[in-house]
Design a protein around this ligand. Structure first.
Ligand code: ZN
Length: 421
């Protein structure tokens, strides 16, 4: 009643007040919410004890929700926490957590098993007596939240580790064990990307404006100096292409039984210690993963060949443009990939690898020539990569065609209809 009358008064003011400086009472600014994550690594348990402490006064962050694998996450504790198990949901292997965050803030605690098998005998996250290598998703599943309008939650991480252990992350270092997450585009900051803790060796230096750190457990033969050397040649070429290069890049490695491949994450990548700088087929596993980090792209419908193809195509481009390999060797690499790719019947597979990625490289090289031709040399595939890297959406084939049309100044339908199937 009272509020209705007040609103009426404001309307009258607004009607008669043209030219007068009459303003409605300002909305209070959204509450600044902070989340302090603590990650305590316990090697004897091969696990991390995780705390997510929400610091707020006015209930800006209302709910936190995530699905989790109950064999990896357990012992949830905290006021307002409700866990639904797989049996209750009648869904194999998945449980979920719903946390009604107290208005005045509070803490959620749980235990995350770090060791994660990928295949029969290889790990893509691992905790040993002297080191632990894992991603953000190994210590906190992807979360969904409800927040009051305009509320953003900034996050920081503090590690508690055995004595003599150090830690490297893709975040902004604030102390030996403290980091700010610094994820400006995200409503709620969470630990994402690769982290390595333990008795480790780290080589770090700025390269072309990117703060680079290359790290591995001590005694692992990961040749961090070689990797920094390759990045010193190739990274400046990548930075020239992008509008917004990553501010930091963390490269982590370890020997067996870690998985013998490469995996990228936000601001960071993992590469098995024995992967060479340049593979026998002339591509570079390190630069392939670097392209994934730079493009920040995950694939949407019919888009995986593009995500993998661009990473592979530019792993050769960066080697060639930086003079690390000769133009002739780059051409020989592309020719070998064209031969291998000829056996791929379709590009449109859910997970591109091997022959499909090889064929994608050839297709993208053709696309590059087509773009240069129709724009009389004013644009190239580089401009498409720049657009993809700035686009937060998943990279579907349709989205890619839009980027190409924008760069080329016309839709290249004839190219896509004849080359992409
Ligand atoms: Zn890849």
């Amino acid at each position: 009643m009272k509020r209705g009358r007040l609103r009426f008064v404001w309307v009258v003011f607004a009607l008669i007040g043209a030219g007068l400086s009459v303003r409605a009472p300002a909305e209070p600014p959204p509450e600044p919410v902070k989340i302090a994550y603590e990650i305590r690594v316990v090697p004897t348990e091969r696990s991390a004890h995780v705390t997510m402490e929400v610091v707020q006064q006015r209930g800006g962050l209302e709910r936190v929700h995530f699905d989790f694998d109950p064999t990896r996450f357990s012992a949830f504790e905290g006021p307002g926490v409700e866990v639904t198990t797989a049996a209750e949901r009648d869904e194999a292997g998945v449980a979920n957590l719903d946390w009604a965050v107290p208005k005045q803030g509070g803490s959620l605690r749980f235990v995350a098993l770090l060791d994660t098998l990928r295949g029969q005998a290889a790990y893509d996250a691992r905790c040993t007596r002297s080191w632990a290598l894992f991603r953000g998703s190994d210590v906190l599943p992807p979360i969904r939240t409800s927040r009051r309008s305009g509320v953003r939650a900034e996050g920081s991480v503090r590690f508690r580790l055995p004595s003599d252990w150090r830690v490297v992350t893709p975040f902004v270092r604030k102390g030996a064990m403290r980091f700010d997450l610094d994820q400006p585009g995200r409503g709620v900051e969470t630990p994402r990307g690769w982290m390595l803790a333990g008795e480790i060796d780290v080589v770090s230096e700025p390269i072309a404006g990117v703060q680079v750190a290359v790290a591995a457990p001590q005694q692992h033969d990961a040749r961090p100096q070689d990797r920094v050397a390759l990045l010193r040649w190739a990274l400046p070429e990548l930075v020239k292409i992008l509008d917004r290069p990553p501010e930091r890049l963390l490269v982590v490695s370890a020997e067996d039984p870690m998985w013998r491949g490469g995996l990228s994450g936000p601001g960071s990548l993992y590469l098995h210690a024995e992967r060479p700088l340049i593979d026998d087929d002339g591509t570079s596993p390190l630069l392939h993963e670097l392209m994934h980090v730079a493009m920040r792209a995950s694939s949407g419908p019919k888009g995986d060949w593009i995500v993998e193809g661009l990473a592979e195509y530019y792993s050769i481009e960066l080697l060639a443009r930086s003079g690390t390999i000769s133009p002739e060797r780059a051409e020989a690499t592309r020719a070998a990939l064209a031969k291998r790719g000829a056996t791929a019947e379709t590009l449109l597979v859910p997970h591109a690898k091997g022959a499909v990625t090889a064929r994608a490289v050839t297709t993208l090289a053709t696309l590059d020539r087509r773009i240069r031709k129709v724009t009389e040399g004013r644009a190239s595939l580089d401009d498409v990569v720049r657009a993809v890297a700035s686009d937060p959406e998943r990279l579907s084939l349709d989205r890619f065609r839009e980027h190409v049309a924008q760069v080329a100044g016309q839709p290249l339908d004839a190219f896509f209809d004849s080359q992409v199937d």
